[in-house]
Ligand binder design. Sequence first.
Ligand SMILES: C[S@@+](CC[C@H](N)C(=O)[O-])C[C@H]1O[C@@H](n2cnc3c(N)ncnc32)[C@H](O)[C@@H]1O
Length: 229
Amino acid sequence: MASIFEPSLPTPDLSHLTRADYEHVYEPAEDTFLLLDALEKDAQELRQLKPQVCLEIGSGSGCVSSFLGALLPSSSALYLCTDINQHACRCTKATGSQNKVTLEPIIASLASPLQHRLANQIDILVFNPPYVPTTSDEADAAQVTSGISGAWAGGKSGMELTNILLSSVPKLLSPGGRFYLVGVVQNGVEEIRQRMRQAHGLDSEIVLERRAGRERLWVVKFFKAAAPS
Ligand SMILES: C[S@@+](CC[C@H](N)C(=O)[O-])C[C@H]1O[C@@H](n2cnc3c(N)ncnc32)[C@H](O)[C@@H]1O
């Protein structure tokens, strides 16, 4: 009898990346893999969306966007990525090529150069942000130096950078678009969900939660609330 379960997709091939790359670029870890699992869990829903434009913010190694490309094999979607770290953008491009997915990395902060031209056009938006609570000074310095510390230094409650993006998500998402955000318990996921609902009319659902060492990670999905009938 045919199985109703699809076999799980392999993690993208990262064998071209070296120790030297990971001195500058975030090496995929439990948070990355939880995000892959969340996207895979929603594979059917994401395929049905027939996405045209995907955007990963903070693409790092390029592992997540390469996985997304493999998850949507027959789609002709554009896979845009941003990262403030130039080494991350180089690795993202290389990881796309290694996995036969055309990724278009842009050295930029958040969605800044795309904000207006891609207003209401992003079908799948993904962000595994620097979510570790640090001092604001540490987070600011990490943003200025655009190096490896930008992968984790999140400032107050680990939310300083993420909060900037959250307010622009409603403008970026297409009507049926989905936004996947990774975080840890210290970020306060219920407060984030409530704020997004009240201030921006976005509904949400926790897709996955997992303990990884000392971290309790979650992935939440936001989407525009259905208009009342
Ligand atoms: C936790 S890492 C995630 C990397 C990769 N997406 C993954 O899941 O393995 C966070 C990434 O965000 C990037 N980043 C930090 N600040 C950023 C900003 N203002 N705009 C875009 N990317 C940023 C970092 O350079 C880093 O690559």
